[in-house]
Write a protein that binds this ligand. Sequence first.
Ligand code: SIN
Ligand code: MN
Length: 266
Amino acid sequence: MKLSADQLREFEEKGFLFLPNVFSPAEMEVLNAEVPAILAQDRPEVVHEKGVDAPRSAFYVQTWNPVFELLARHPRLVEPGMQILGSDKLYMHQFKINAKAAFDGAVWQWHQDYETWFEDDDMPAPRAMNIALFLAEANEFNGPLMFIPRSHRKGRIAGSHDVTTTSYPLWTLDRDTISRLVAEGGIVAPKGPPGSMLLFAGTLVHASGSNLTPWSRWIVYLSLNRCDNAIRRFKRPTWIANRDFTPIEMVGDDALLRYARRVAAE
Ligand code: SIN
Ligand code: MN
């Protein structure tokens, strides 16, 4: 899937792009049929909320689930990344499903992903980005992602290592910095049905609140990096900061439905 010149300009200007209804309800059914069993697995890659028996994130799922293996190579997700990052040689720096579980889903503090990729993984430049696909609806109540438009233009902003407020260590930004950025750019929270896509720059400042609703806010994230910008520090496990820099080879656009038809015929 190719982005138009207008869409590329909008991404450049704001640091993100929201594309509702990119995947069909039938494709979303194929993906979502896998999710409860993935989040219920007892393995290190499935991280739980602090002090609560609720899943927070399932990492590296593309290596241990065949449907998400196809999704990680899907042209509707990967091709826009190639356009924006300006290279057809991209690898998966991180792949995760964030559950933001009904009632228990906790916050993600304000941060730029690139600050963590720089501090923890020694990624040379912010030539990496996120492609998110909504597996469930994101609405105003269930902890949608919040962005500060145009904050990506500041480049990397030094943060501090938060190892206390949530179960997942992250380099986060202080309140003065956030107040200043919000005074300039405001806050937006793109919302939409399952199958919607959200593309955002590695330096875009973002966060999300807790989920007090009965509606889990499942989102799958591909963090794509240019192969010529591979990380140089291997402090975090490979399932969090991937050390396999093999370029992604895309599957066909109909890969999910073909998979479902093949499984049904077996
Ligand atoms: C993230 O910032 O990496 C995840 C935020 C979210 O899923 O709410
Ligand atoms: Mn993030």
